[in-house]
Design a protein around this ligand. Structure first.
Ligand code: FES
Ligand SMILES: [Fe+2]
Length: 337
């Protein structure tokens, strides 16, 4: 499958990239990350152009990366800086390098040759007064589409997260789906919110109004927002990094507005979120194993799988550089949750 390479993807948290080289698989490529002389992240192919040694097994000193085999030394832009056993100037050589930026506490990389002009998508609500945030990193078996569909899919929650996040009530729910100029959004109306651990711990009573939107943002981000009439709000943004055709590394930031209670709520919300995400990890691993065994994937999306088609429509258009889906198109679906 063609990966959407010319976009920003999170490589790792900033904390993870210190003074050692770090090998990461992104969009089917093994890259080595390190910090250059000014502390900025740099990414190169993790294969020395001399004789293919993994540069990630080498050392970083003074912002340059030294190959573990014969000591060739590279700068952050991939230019060969020194060959220790050659007197004078090293031969002209530049190993492939990849654009990197650091934002929101993450190192982002563009694994293609054309870095986007726009900065990476910011995580909403980070460091806003009254809001508390925490991040999680999860490796899923499954491609980016499979992850996005899962994160933006309500019906699975009554099965995979039964009693934890959703308990089936068979109540009719209205969903309004709208195509945007950078993805698509669904707004839910009359959504049930009872009889599950998460709802009873985190939401106010049913008398308080609630707005719930699920949003797909191109190319590989999902965002789920719950906003309550009493000022409480929860926002879950998941940024998907393709590892290869069957693995995706997901960086999730959960933010919530609960004022001074936030740090206390985080104490149980964080492990609870990990538990719920792991339920999805297990489900997607089973799906991926079945796709592998059968030698391909079959899909029968219903209109109640509300964002399935928009995700596929958008990503197909981006992959094939075809006409983009038209913003403003809107439709309504009835489902039971
Ligand atoms: S393989 Fe890297 S210096 Fe020889
Ligand atoms: Fe889920």
């Amino acid at each position: 499958m063609v990966m959407l390479e010319n976009y920003w993807y999170i490589a790792c948290s900033s904390r993870k990239l210190k003074n050692r080289p770090l090998a990461l698989d992104i969009a089917g490529k093994r890259l080595v990350f390190f910090r250059d002389a000014s502390g900025h992240p740099a990414a190169l192919d993790d294969s020395c152009p001399h004789r293919n040694a993994p540069l990630s097994a080498g050392k970083v000193s003074h912002g340059k990366l030294t190959c573990p085999y014969h000591g060739w030394r590279f700068k952050g832009d991939g230019v060969l800086d020194e060959v220790p056993y050659v007197a004078g100037e090293p031969p002209a050589c530049r190993t492939p390098s990849y654009a990197c930026v650091e934002q929101d506490g993450y190192v982002w990389v563009c694994p293609g040759g054309q870095a986007p002009e726009k900065a990476p998508l910011s995580f909403p609500h980070l460091n806003l007064p009254g809001w508390t945030s925490f991040g999680m990193e999860t490796l899923f078996q499954g491609n980016v589409e499979a992850c996005l569909e899962n994160f933006l899919d309500c019906p699975h929650a009554t099965h995979v997260h039964r009693y934890w996040f959703r308990t089936p009530t068979a109540k009719p729910v209205k969903a309004v789906i709208r195509m945007l100029d950078d993805g698509a959004v669904t707004e839910y109306f009359e959504e049930p919110r009872e009889k599950s651990l998460v709802w009873s711990l985190l939401s106010p009573g049913r008398t308080v109004s609630m707005q719930h939107t699920d949003r797909y943002i191109v190319p590989a981000t999902s965002r789920v927002d719950y906003e309550f009439g009493d000022g409480r709000a929860y926002s879950i943004t998941s940024s998907c990094t393709p590892v290869d055709d069957t693995h995706t590394r997901v960086f999730t930031v959960i933010s919530f507005r609960r004022g001074w209670l936030g740090p206390f709520i985080r104490l149980f919300f964080h492990p609870l979120s990990r538990l719920i995400i792991n339920q999805d990890v297990r489900m997607l691993a089973q799906v991926q194993e079945n796709i592998r065994r059968r030698g391909g994937a079959d899909f029968m999306p219903l209109e109640q799988d509300v964002l399935f088609r928009p995700i596929h429509e958008w990503r197909k258009a981006l992959r094939e550089a075809g006409p983009l889906p038209e913003a403003g198109r809107q439709w309504q679906v009835e489902l039971k949750l």
